[in-house]
Design a protein around this ligand. Structure first.
Ligand code: SF4
Length: 721
């Protein structure tokens, strides 16, 4: 094959960096694209090492089926598809259409997500399917939907450069979104950077002001700041009147709160709250940025909306350098939110709305009764249904809940009740795939085509540069093959390839806030260096706006609600689901640990450079005072026990955490044996950031320890180390 170069989008995080992959003499290499407005010639170590995980000897090369002895045996695709269909149909025939479900991902292209959601729900007659975006972005999606009338992050990356006050809440972009942080560093307005975080992080070290609040007290702080803004009349009355609803309710609510009590809860003085409010008032353009510290909590949606409220009442939205801005997690979390056909019908429509079902059915030329008229169970309810035996067949695609699910004990208890577990992934060795009955080997992002949508709503191209190993196939081909084997392939004859699906999604999106009907195919996405949604068919009529590289929403103060006004939303502050006590006196915080590691390390754990530069064992950061009191040594080991389990991990004694708190990164399997399964009542996103634990020193001879699943069929999959 001749030498060539293709442009593609990094498939790790939501920044959406473009990379040029060159293949010369059969060898692939990559470099960040200089012209792309997102990364401007830079990328982080994860993107730079996108290719080695594709070449790992742990890649799945053939479908596998577990035999009677519990051993995974290679089979042909025809056999795998037949087995999948036989077993899932058997479950449905015995227990009905609600007895099967899928759990998908924010990691695969939008067209593949749409195909999966459509094949299962319109073709196979399934009702339930959710994605791992429930674990990271559900809160932002629901917060925006309730406040703005649609899941619409308002910002562009230029806002990092145009803001003179940037407030980051529960967010550590220096390591988690480093290319975004480059944009902050390029800001020439000498901005003030405020970071609200219970930990000292790489970002707090770069900030002007670090508000080191007590874990999960952010809502107290934000309501307190809202009250001060209103009390001092540091608000924009015209904007509130023209563009928001229920200001009086918000005012009455915050005026009834006790500022001193809020101060006690968050460990921040009322003077400091006042100072933050004053800075917001004095800023020409204040922007508010949040990530998982907000999204993953027991009252997450209202916390995100407290930030949205502040942006709205001070008119820090819809102007350059402003916004209440959720930074997404995974490469295609935004694509999943709009086009995966899981929690919303394709294109941000509602399964429960008959007109929406009619519209989508007519665009797809399928009978409307093929579209379920009820919503899927959310992720945690799917697993609860598996645990209680009402879901008996589960298909997991490109995600690894055997590592990442909150309180893994319950996850593995659930798996014991399944009649069939199918796992589709690059590797048969993940903590989840090891327990599969059917394993389907999938291609990685450099081995297939499609599009991702990044944090600023930019659709980026994914292009194939490499062939997948052995008989592995793109997720697209796998879904098509299963549809055919199931007997519903005829419904998807027009879904011939990813670009054909993109065209279908364009048609469906017409008239929606996420309208992409004006994009002239993949070539335009490549030529235009990504295209932000919306991009409607009549974009030409407003060239001045649509020709911009960066477009923000709500410049006209109109929102997607029926009244055109944004909703101000608030609630009394809820009690913590698990409170530290004498037995479990320490607060466990979790999060990302380094710039190099991603999520469960399914891929970054297979990069030799990253393995060398990061710790091989799980660790806990412990405050020096606590370590001294408990006799725990730096670089020794520590036993961490919660009501869910006990682990022994490395101890890092450092003052990054306050006394009475520890931090454990999410990248290592022990962490989620400890976390407490509570969920936000609106978004149902798990609260990973707060659990009660106790610590004790362990002797130098003691080894690392973590609970083991008690599954019977736990023989390692073929190829497992
Ligand atoms: Fe860019 Fe994120 Fe990929 Fe790093 S992981 S290269 S920041 S998209």
């Amino acid at each position: 094959m001749s030498d060539f170069t293709v442009r593609t989008t990094c498939s790790y995080c939501s920044v959406g960096c473009n990379l040029d992959i060159s293949v010369k003499d059969g060898k692939a290499s990559l470099k960040p694209n200089k012209e792309y407005p997102v990364n401007q010639g830079f990328c982080c170590p994860k993107g730079f090492h996108l290719l080695p995980p594709m070449q790992s000897d742990q890649r799945g090369t053939d479908p596998l089926i577990r035999d009677a002895q519990g051993i995974m045996q290679p089979v042909s695709w025809q056999q795998a598809n037949q087995e999948f269909v036989r077993r899932f149909k058997a479950v449905m025939e015995k227990h009905g259409p609600e007895s099967v479900a899928f759990l998908s991902t924010g990691q695969i292209p939008m067209e593949e997500m749409a195909l999966l959601g459509s094949v299962t729900k319109f073709g196979m007659g399934w009702i339930h399917g959710d994605g791992n975006t429930r674990q990271c972005m559900a809160t932002a999606a629901v917060a925006y939907k309730q406040a703005f009338g649609f899941d619409a992050p308002p910002f562009t990356y230029e806002d990092f450069e145009e803001s003179d006050l940037l407030v980051f809440v529960g967010s550590n972009p220096v390591i988690n979104h480093p290319i975004m942080w480059n944009r902050v560093k390029k800001n020439e307005k000498n901005p003030t950077i405020v970071v609200i975080d219970p930990r000292k992080t790489e970002t707090t070290q770069e900030a002007d002001i670090h508000l080191q609040i007590t874990p999960k007290s952010d809502l107290h702080l934000l309501y307190g700041v809202t009250r001060i803004l209103i009390e001092q009349d540091w608000i924009d009355h015209d904007y509130i009147r023209e563009s928001t609803e229920d200001f009086q309710g918000l005012k009455d609510f915050v005026m009834a709160m006790d500022l001193d009590e809020a101060s006690r809860h968050c460990g921040i003085s009322t003077e400091t709250m006042f100072d933050l409010a004053r800075r917001i008032h004095e800023a020409t353009a204040a922007s508010f940025w949040w990530t998982m510290g907000v999204n993953q909590s027991h009252q997450a949606t209202r916390t995100a909306q407290a930030l949205i409220n502040i942006a709205l009442i001070t008119h820090n939205i819809g102007r350059p350098g402003t916004g209440a801005n959720s930074i997404t997690g995974q490469a295609n979390a935004m694509g999943s939110r709009l086009y995966s056909n899981t929690t919303s019908l394709l294109g941000g429509y509602a399964f429960t709305n008959p007109e929406h079902r009619e519209h989508v059915a007519s665009q797809l030329s399928i009978p409307v009764d093929r579209i379920p008229d009820k919503n899927s169970l959310p992720y945690h309810k799917i697993l609860e249904a598996v645990r209680n035996g009402s879901i008996k067949g589960l298909w997991i695609i490109a995600t690894n809940p055997g590592h990442s699910w909150i309180n893994k004990t319950e996850f593995f208890q659930a798996l014991e009740n399944l009649d069939v577990l199918a796992v589709q992934d690059l590797y048969p060795t993940t903590e989840t795939a090891r327990y599969a009955d059917i394993y389907l080997p999938a291609a990685g992002s450099p081995e297939k085509s499609g599009t991702f949508i990044n944090s600023e709503r930019r659709i980026g191209i994914v292009q194939k540069a490499l062939d997948p190993p052995g008989n592995a196939k793109s997720d697209f081909e796998i879904f098509k093959g299963l549809a055919q084997a199931w007997g519903c392939g005829d419904l998807f004859t027009g879904w011939t390839n990813p670009e054909a699906v993109f065209r279908i999604l364009q048609r469906i999106s017409k008239g929606q806030p996420c309208d992409i009907s004006g994009i002239e195919g993949y070539q335009m996405i490549i030529d235009r260096r990504g295209v932000q949604w919306p991009y409607p068919q009549d974009a030409d009529a407003n060239q001045e706006f649509y020709s911009r590289d960066h477009r923000r929403l709500f410049e006209d103060g109109r929102y997607f609600t029926p009244s055109g006004k944004a909703q101000l939303l608030y609630d009394p502050i809820a009690e913590l689901p698990e409170v530290p006590d004498e037995q479990y006196p320490v607060i466990l915080i979790t999060g990302r640990g380094t710039m190099m590691q991603f999520h469960t390390q399914t891929r970054t754990g297979k990069v030799p450079f990253i393995q060398k530069k990061t710790r091989s064992h799980a660790y806990a950061q412990i405050n020096p005072q606590d370590a001294q009191d408990l006799g725990i040594e730096h670089e020794g080991k520590v036993r961490v026990t919660s009501r869910r389990g006990t682990v022994v991990v490395d101890a890092l004694v450092e003052d990054a955490v306050a006394p009475g708190q520890i931090f454990m990164p999410m990248h290592y399997p022990p962490t989620n044996w400890l976390t407490y399964p509570s969920f936000d009542p609106h978004s149902f996103e798990p609260s990973y950031k707060f659990a009660a634990v106790r610590l004790s020193a362990v002797g130098p001879q003691e080894d690392y320890q973590e609970p083991q699943p008690s599954l019977q069929a736990a023989a390692p999959a073929q190829g497992a180390p």
